[in-house]
Write a protein of this length. Structure first.
Lengths: 140, 140
DNA sequence: TTATAATTTGTAATCATTTCAACTCTATAA
DNA sequence: TTATAGAGTTGAAATGATTACAAATTATAA
């Protein structure tokens, strides 16, 4: 069990190094959290979740790390919620659905030509976001 | 000229009434502005633009009016820019492109099945946003 | 006209995010 | 081993968009 965890952390260490990121303990913990929590956490959510394991943790550190990860292409920055930025571990292109009632954000696996465009009307596309809002199936 | 302007304002007055909105002078001016400025203005932009004609205007009033217009389906609330909300006069469904360099937001006229969905994976869709980010043709 | 409700206004509060300077940690060189 | 430099972290303070709220103004109805 202990060995398993050690292996996991070493794996993350290697991934971060391969992306040109020095693998500090805080960065490894944030990476591990967002990799395993696909519910589009906010900075505050991540902070509360891992500050138990790192008593001295500062929220500024979470901001720093996520801004770094976004720049390095590890996380996607979702602006679907106007109150706070949400982060999404980048796997492959997918859309999002946000419930107006409960605020939950769901992944939507949709195949569409929209996500494949390199240029639209002369502008060079780097990121594509497809956001749906409405009432989720739980709240219906 | 004066008559023409008067006619325009009366037209807007009728539109607002038909949507169940009492047509105050401030509301008419905001409506007139967003109808004619398709560059996705922020609250601050709208405020600066029309405060010349209404010396006593408060920025809170712009917030109130835009929140009301959004609720009544007159404007679309764009969260593509994480720094501030942008507003878009609702005509017909279209996508947006935001330039990472200059911050400009362009309308993208794209025909896609994505915009026509009433339900996705069991969730009831009320709004659909397709947002592209990258480098615009001016900055390329 | 007077009373009542709706709207606007300005100030203050809220809250996510950024700035910044001090502190800590780690790695490397002497 | 110790000193030093650089990177990373921390917490307090600043920023800035948005909202809350209560007072002032305007419109509406009796």
């Amino acid at each position: 069990m202990i060995n398993k965890k050690k292996t996991l952390l070493n794996e993350i260490k290697e991934i971060l190094k391969s992306k040109g990121i020095k693998p500090s303990y805080q960065r490894i913990m944030v990476y591990n959290y967002i990799k395993n929590h696909i519910n589009h956490p906010s900075v505050d959510t991540i902070f509360k979740a891992i500050s138990g394991s790192i008593p001295t943790l500062s929220k500024t550190t979470i901001y720093n790390i996520l801004n770094l990860f976004a720049k390095k292409g590890i996380v996607d920055t979702l602006t679907i919620d106007k109150n706070e930025v949400r982060y999404d571990f980048i796997k492959k292109a997918h859309a999002h659905f946000m419930c107006k009632i409960c605020g939950e954000i769901y992944d939507i696996h949709l195949k569409s030509d929209v996500c494949l465009k390199d240029f639209v009307e002369g502008h060079k596309v780097e990121d594509t976001h497809v956001d749906f809002k409405g009432v989720c199936k739980e709240c219906l």
